[in-house]
Design a protein around this ligand. Structure first.
Ligand code: HEM
Length: 390
């Protein structure tokens, strides 16, 4: 799916919504001959596809990375077995019990800001928080956090630019990161087998469901998936919500007067500036949609970033509305693969945004005209978000 559909900063941040709108009106389902990918833009079509895993498979074309064997890339019936297992480690009660731990992490990170009059939301908090939280939930000891962070970064950083050399260099670095993390998890799993602790790795090692135990390879794949799926996405959610607050001071004023609106603001950000913009699927059987025949083996790109602005689903879809009800956005997907980490990312975002609003009521964007979006078609967020606090 990683095609260069948006070339400039403006295209990747705001312009993409104009493109989605045009596509929804003129070509809601469009085939790209070169890549054999169907781009799909309407809410109605996307939700139907997400609810039809028999025809639209989650298998990956590239099978040689650890996460290609994990639940996000699995079909029924194996998906159901695995999901039932991992759900045990992600019950609402368990997630709620992480609150003090997340709060302690927020406190630590905000200490570094102290009373600085200017800082970068991404660097100081939105980026480090989800990584530290997910690492300790998985069960990485604090003493290993630095090397752990380094390996994760080598996987998620992306190429420096679009040149062939940078892309090759990035692929090499990514595979090395996967290798380092896999070796690391193998050792840790051995230790936890004899000395279980209060963390996900220990739960996954111990858990047994209809005698479908997880193999070490599956536990490693799942841990790496949690890292990747749970990190940049949550970073983008925190950054994008803060951006929505500061982009329009009247929104920020309402939030300050009534911080209880923060959970609704997070939902509206998930819709309006979704952290993830596209989900892949592979067609298993020929199927006709809107008169077009999708063939077995074709790939589909489900543009949830477009579905979330579809006027047939949302009134005033291009407006950020703090009071929007209902708000059935697709930011976490839908159907059997609905995001496992949704409650965790909502909790993290709620805790950190509540704290930021309380501590920095005078916060403003440093330079609204000069923001740095991620140059990615799939992930939607900012490389940095400079704010001033006085
Ligand atoms: C699945 C988005 C945070 C773990 C998904 C899917 C989306 C998504 C769209 C569906 C993929 C598909 O249907 O193929 C997001 C967003 C997040 C977020 C926008 C933050 C705002 C997290 C976190 C974790 C996580 C914090 C881990 C703790 C997963 C897993 C799946 C998944 C394991 C696969 C579930 C399955 O296949 O059954 N996520 N995610 N996500 N997400 Fe998230």
């Amino acid at each position: 799916l990683l095609r260069n559909v948006f070339r400039t900063k403006e295209e990747v941040w705001e312009g993409r919504f104009d493109w989605y709108k045009k596509m929804r009106a003129e070509s809601p389902i469009l085939y790209d001959e070169n890549t054999k990918i169907w781009d799909i833009f309407l809410y109605e079509d996307i939700i139907q596809i997400l609810k039809n895993p028999k025809v639209f498979s989650s298998e990956r074309r590239n099978n040689n990375i650890p996460t290609s064997n994990s639940i996000i890339a699995m079909d029924p019936p194996r998906h159901k077995q695995m999901r039932t297992l991992v759900n045990k480690a992600f019950t609402p009660r368990t997630i709620q019990s992480w609150t003090p731990h997340i709060q302690a992490n927020i406190e630590q990170l905000l200490k570094k800001i102290n009373d600085k009059s200017e800082f970068d939301i991404v660097k100081t908090i939105a980026f480090p928080l989800p990584l530290t939280v997910i690492a300790s939930i998985i069960g990485v000891p604090y003493s290993d956090m630095d090397k752990f962070r380094e390996w994760t970064l080598s996987i998620v950083s992306g190429p420096k630019d679009n040149s062939k050399e940078s892309i090759e260099e990035n692929t090499k670095r990514m595979y090395q990161g996967f290798k380092d993390l896999s070796n690391y998890f193998s050792q840790i799993i051995e230790k936890k087998r004899s000395h279980p602790q209060d963390d996900i790795l220990s739960v996954l090692i111990a858990v047994e469901e209809d005698s479908v135990k997880l193999s070490d390879k599956e536990i490693i794949g799942f841990s790496i998936l949690l890292l990747i799926a749970g990190h940049e996405t949550t970073t983008n959610l925190i950054t994008n919500t803060m951006y929505c607050f500061l982009e329009d001071q009247s929104v920020f004023n309402q939030i300050k007067q009534n911080p209880d609106l923060i959970p609704k603001a997070i939902e509206e950000t998930l819709r309006y500036r979704s952290p993830v913009h596209a989900i892949p699927r592979i067609v298993k059987e020929d199927i006709v949609i809107r008169g077009q025949t999708l063939r077995a083996g074709d790939e589909v790109a489900l543009w949830i970033g477009s579905a979330n602005r579809d006027k047939n689903q949302f009134d005033q879809a291009d407006e950020f509305n703090l009071h929007r009800t209902p708000n059935s956005h697709l930011a976490f997907g839908s159907g059997i693969h609905f995001c496992l980490g949704a409650p965790l990312s909502r909790l993290e975002a709620n805790l950190v945004l509540s704290e930021l609003v309380k501590r920095f009521p005078t916060m403003q964007l440093k330079d609204k005209m000069n923001i740095e979006p991620l140059q990615s078609p799939l992930m939607y967020g900012l490389k940095s978000l400079q704010v001033i606090t006085q």
